[in-house]
Design a protein around this ligand. Structure first.
Ligand code: ADP
Length: 286
């Protein structure tokens, strides 16, 4: 892959080790995660893909510190998720954007500006040498919104926006907070295919400059391959990691890749892992 971060980037920045999670509040216990490992080096974009119910959201919630694993551990840059949350290291973009309806687009991105300023100082101090300049775009809400294609709607309220615009506003707000790790839970799943493709390319454009460490949950194989350095494939029954695919596509990535043989090869490998896992699940259920 071209344009790789330096050697220091290879240390796991997000580490989930041997995590198990059983929900036993229903009629039967559900093993949402069974000995799951996940390692995300600093500055990498990692997608998690798998069928409904395989534990993707549970995994993301553990990393966000919204839930605790039954066993195993989660670390963000060596800190517990609770401590990382306290230090505003983690950003979260949910499936449905939670925008404040009485503020316009710019207001929604600026709403946490005081937190931003503190975050900016912290990020600048924590950034490895040579990466400090990357904070500039995230520190300029108008530039960030323009790069996400929202330059013409800065003063519209959420009720006056399409779903795609709302979701991109939520993404701009998350980047503006300058988190060390950005967790995204199927942010484009409600969008039509054309809008989704445009939003993916705008996200890639911003990410290319900021290089925030991202864990991205998706149902779309193409989306996972187009965006990611690594695709983690999960299987259900119990929720586990079925395999990983390293995406060897050069960056920056562009729309032309969507029709390329090399992208299709990667899609094929992800699809194979998904169907192997599905066959194994069907065998064990029968
Ligand atoms: P995914 O995001 O891959 O669709 P989830 O992480 O949402 O999967 O869920 C994994 C499994 O855990 C599913 O069987 C789901 O029904 C179950 N589950 C998730 N959250 C809870 C909860 N709070 N209580 C009980 N079961 C849950």
């Amino acid at each position: 892959m071209g344009d790789q971060p330096g050697d220091g980037a290879e240390q796991p920045f997000v580490a989930v080790r041997d995590a198990c999670k059983v929900y036993d509040d229903g009629p039967r216990p559900v093993t949402a995660l069974h000995h799951v490992d996940l390692e995300v080096p600093r500055g990498r974009f990692v997608s998690v893909i798998g069928p409904s119910g395989c534990g993707k959201s549970t995994l993301l919630r553990l990393v966000a510190g919204l839930e605790q694993p039954g066993s195993g551990e989660v670390r963000i840059c060596g800190e517990t998720p609770a401590r990382a949350t306290e230090r505003k290291m983690i950003g979260f973009v949910p499936q449905t954007p939670a925008l404040l309806p009485w503020l316009d687009v710019l207001g929604n991105v600026r709403v946490l500006e005081k937190v931003n300023r503190a975050a900016r100082r912290r990020s600048a101090a924590a950034a490895p040498p040579g990466e400090q300049g990357r904070c500039d775009l995230a520190g300029d809400p108008v530039a960030l919104l323009r790069r996400l294609g929202l330059g013409d709607v800065l003063h519209r309220r959420p009720g006056q926006l399409s779903g795609g615009m709302q979701q991109r506003t939520a993404i701009a707000r998350a980047f503006a907070l300058q988190p060390q790790v950005l967790l995204m839970d199927e942010p484009f799943s409600a969008l039509d295919e054309f809008t989704r493709e445009a939003a993916q390319l705008q996200l890639l454009d911003v990410w290319q400059e900021l290089r925030t460490t991202v864990v991205f949950v998706t149902h779309s194989i193409t989306e996972a391959v187009l965006l990611s350095d690594t695709v983690v494939v999960m299987a259900a029954g119990p929720g586990r990691v079925a395999g990983t695919v390293q995406v060897g596509l050069d960056r920056p990535r562009h729309s032309g890749l969507l029709d390329s043989a090399v992208l299709h090869e990667h899609e094929h490998r992800v699809r194979e892992l998904l169907s192997d896992a599905w066959r194994a699940e069907a065998r064990s259920a029968s």
